[in-house]
Design a protein around this ligand. Structure first.
Ligand code: 4AD
Ligand code: MG
Length: 480
């Protein structure tokens, strides 16, 4: 058996000393031919492994370089140096994998996030990305824990679909047909997808919601947690072409029930990370504070990361309607002084992220849930309100991010739903299976989608969504 190692995190927090053990990890630094700072990814804190002078051959010493992988056996003893409780007095060091110090791109110094994005395959070995991805893991775990405790069924919805769940036409096509012009054609010259792998035109899913609704009509409460794909050409710090989404769907829920669940859910997962990943969050808070110092005073956020998370967990989200939000925006000095790139002129316009952020960061200074949007700017499946102009939608907006959740009560009335689909040119024949839920035992139901990377951004304070997913996909980029 090879793996007899102990995790560094465990050794560092324990009060146990004076015992023999084995550690394995990657060398961060090696000082004075004596002190190895060893990291195994369990924590940002390194274990100091002390090599007794003269105990190792010159040739081995030379191979202990930044980035090299080693196995160290020795005694855990109280540390004399400051900064750590314990250290290892090594009795043997084995090089598992060499790393050419001249060529290893990660030097023991500060690298820019842009540079690290180019070497995303190695950036896990930095403190920042170590912390970010451990927090990402914790949030994913907390999500499953939250729904599991409530009796929700985790549903795996398909990645390849023939439908456009959002009706926005932002899909990546999936095909095995040749792209060299020899694909089979119909009489009118269009591609004959009957000859394609699935016998029809297919794409990567933009959302698991529609399939989720079908399952909610049997299990009552389900959630999905999987990758979704959008071919929108958005080069922003909040958009990815491949992102992960959590989509709960609940039978017997109205819009208010939906908002209550979403708010409790967000608070729970943030709290989980604060309770279980405090060290990583404190590191990220420090990182953010330094980054903020580079900004002009008036652009700095008023709260530090920990303070912000604490605040969100302990305060009610502000709830208001789209109409109320438009009034606030229209009357704002910001709007009157023409400071919005897209001025708010009339009811009915879609909110841009500058408007969302104004509401959240300047006006309310807390997360906001906006409800009852004009039906024209929302998806076909949202429940139509009695006023004939709005739908029972809800978006949750977070400071620094903007929209993190989009959801709604669903239109469960078959006639209203098909009528809306026709108005919006959504093909009802193709979605006949979806409409069956309205034919056989329909019930009031609701759900929402949380953009996983956006909540990871919020919790870690990372400014760019490309830095909270291991290998980001965005326009003109699909490396690794
Ligand atoms: O608002 P959206 O488009 O809603 C839906 O997909 C619904 N089917 C959800 C539901 O009701 N079940 O997307 C939901 C969330 C957004 O609020 C945002 O957080 C995230 O998904 N999102 C993105 N995240 C990263 N990159 C993108 N391109 C995103 N598009 C949406
Ligand atoms: Mg949305």
């Amino acid at each position: 058996m090879f793996n007899t190692r102990r995790r560094i995190k465990e050794l560092l927090i324990s009060d146990n000393v004076n015992f023999q053990t084995t550690v394995m990890g990657w060398v961060r630094t090696f000082r004075n031919n004596q002190f190895i700072a060893l990291n195994d990814g369990s924590t940002n804190n390194n274990l100091q492994v002390v090599v007794e002078l003269g105990s190792l051959e010159e040739a081995t010493l030379k191979r202990i370089t930044t980035g090299a992988c080693i196995k160290a056996v020795g005694e855990i003893i109280p540390s004399l140096g400051k900064g750590q409780k314990v250290e290892m007095k090594a009795t043997s060091i084995e090089i598992l994998g060499d790393s050419d110090a001249e060529k290893f791109p990660l030097q023991p110094k500060k690298h820019s996030l842009e540079f690290l994005r180019e070497i995303a395959h190695l950036r896990f070995r930095t403190n920042t990305f170590g912390a970010v991805f451990r927090v990402r893991h914790a949030l994913a775990f907390a999500i499953h824990e939250f729904f599991n405790k409530k009796g929700f069924v985790y549903l795996h919805t398909p990645i390849v679909t023939a439908s456009d769940a959002e009706g926005a036409g932002e899909m990546f096509r999936v095909t095995t047909l040749p792209l060299d012009g020899t694909a089979p054609k119909n009489d009118d010259g269009s591609i004959n997808f009957k000859e394609d792998f699935f016998g029809r035109s297919t794409n990567l899913t933009v959302s698991g919601q529609l399939e989720g609704e079908l399952a909610a009509m049997a299990f009552s409460d389900i959630y999905t947690f999987g990758p979704t794909f959008r071919a929108e050409n958005s080069n922003t710090t909040r958009h990815l072409a491949e992102f992960w989404m959590i989509e709960p769907e609940m039978a017997f829920y109205d819009l208010e029930d939906n908002m209550n669940l979403a708010e409790a859910f967000i608070k729970h997962i943030i709290k989980y990370a604060m309770d279980n990943n405090r060290e990583d969050l404190e590191f990220l808070a420090q990182r953010l504070e330094e980054e903020e110092k580079q900004k002009p005073q008036n652009e700095r956020s008023e709260m530090g990361l920990m303070e912000k998370l604490e605040f969100v967990v302990n305060n009610d989200f502000e709830r208001l309607t789209y109409t109320e939000a438009i009034d606030i925006l229209k009357e704002s000095n910001h709007n009157k002084k023409k400071k919005f790139q897209y001025p708010i002129e009339k009811w009915g316009t879609d909110l841009q992220s500058e408007h969302e952020r104004y509401l959240v960061e300047k006006h309310f200074k807390k997360p906001v849930i906006l409800t009852n949007y004009p039906k024209e700017i929302k998806a076909f499946y949202m429940r139509q309100n009695d006023d004939g102009t709005t739908v029972a939608a809800m978006d949750i907006l977070a400071p620094g991010i903007g929209e993190i959740v989009g959801g709604s009560q669903r239109e469960e009335r078959l006639e209203k739903l098909t009528q809306r689909m026709e108005e919006m040119h959504i093909p009802t024949e193709e979605l006949d299976w979806y409409l069956d839920t309205r034919r056989f035992g329909a019930c009031p139901h609701a759900g929402f989608g949380l953009g996983f990377e956006r909540i990871v951004q919020f919790v870690t304070g990372m400014g760019n969504i490309r830095d909270v997913i291991p290998f980001p996909r965005y326009p003109k980029s699909a490396s690794f």
